[in-house]
Design a protein around this ligand. Sequence first.
Ligand SMILES: NC(=O)c1ccc[n+]([C@@H]2O[C@H](COP(=O)([O-])OP(=O)(O)OC[C@H]3O[C@@H](n4cnc5c(N)ncnc54)[C@H](O)[C@@H]3O)[C@@H](O)[C@H]2O)c1
Length: 374
Amino acid sequence: MTETLNEIGLAIIGCGTIGRIRAELARDYPGVKWLGLCDVKEDLGRKLKEDARADFFTTNFEELLNRSEVNAVMVITEENKHTEPTLLAVEKGHKLFIEKPLATEARESAQILDAISNAGLDAVVGYTQRFRRRFLTVKERLLQGQIGEVHSVVTRAFMNRMVPIATIAKTNKRQNLTPMVVSGTHSLDMSMWLLEGKKPVSVYAKSVDKALSDWGTKDSTFGIFTFEDGTIFSMNISWGLPVVWPGTVYGLEIGIVGTEGVIDIEDTHRDLILATYKNLPGGYVPEGFEPSVERHVDFLTSYPPGDIYNGQLWGPMREETNSWFARIQGGLDTPHATAAEGHSNLIHTMAMDRAAKLGKEISLPIDPEEFYED
Ligand SMILES: NC(=O)c1ccc[n+]([C@@H]2O[C@H](COP(=O)([O-])OP(=O)(O)OC[C@H]3O[C@@H](n4cnc5c(N)ncnc54)[C@H](O)[C@@H]3O)[C@@H](O)[C@H]2O)c1
């Protein structure tokens, strides 16, 4: 762990859905003595400055990072826009929290990781699901060897198509905004974290794009990773489920089989159901997005960051954000994903897309330059 901070002077770049959640948590954290915000959308940023009682706002991230009060930075811009502010924050030597995916380009991701490693900085990536009690106990049981040697893992993520439609509407640069790179990265990170220490040596995958091709993305990608010790990991995602599917955002199942036991994780949120004659809002609804049909049934708790009560978010994103503050200020050893893990998650998700495109198994590790060969 690198040096800790006496007081946190926090810069948040990106004041959208997730930036708002984290800024409001920062306002309530006693160790954050100064809060500065940046967004290219001035109205949105100024509104958050008021709501989060921030000290400073600008539309230019360079101006924010040049402020003498800043010693920690959260990069919460949309998927394609992490690289520039991250590299500048690294240059300034600040503590860093970068939203997933680390980048959407393999070269940029490698450049970010190199810069962070060369500077010897503490940088983490927003894999929020690691902060849920259920996954922490699974991780602990695996570390204690309670199911023997793990040899087979099967992961299935199902997502409501509201998420890709809303995500992709934000940009025309959609080539890498695939189900694996944008969202499957969460369940891949969880699975790889649970398999920590094992080395993937190859991946094979297939994709289909029947429903979402009009939006410029694929519906589903299913793949199989093989590890050096023979372990197999089947990683499957579909983010093309209909808008009326009661899971508003994410549902997950993970089965982990070991030589002496098994852990079966049911995380589809079907245990908490609301049904009503009233029309329900969508789960992930950035500015201007309206579900195209009425929705009357919800699996509650399927919004991964957490749930709102009394205008406050309760759930894993609170734990993740506050424990990052405790990490950089008090030196707490937290389960955050490192920049190196963020980079390998991007490379593994892109390798699945590449295997599907080429129709052949791909050897791992893969050089980021290989993604530019055709
Ligand atoms: N950890 C999680 O569970 C989780 C959940 C949802 C989204 N995310 C990730 O969080 C990130 C942000 O997602 P979101 O839903 O808040 O997106 P969003 O579109 O609501 O917000 C992004 C904001 O960044 C701003 N922005 C873009 N470029 C900028 C720049 N150069 N300088 C300043 N501001 C800039 C945009 O104007 C926008 O307001 C994405 O990477 C997304 O994948 C993580």
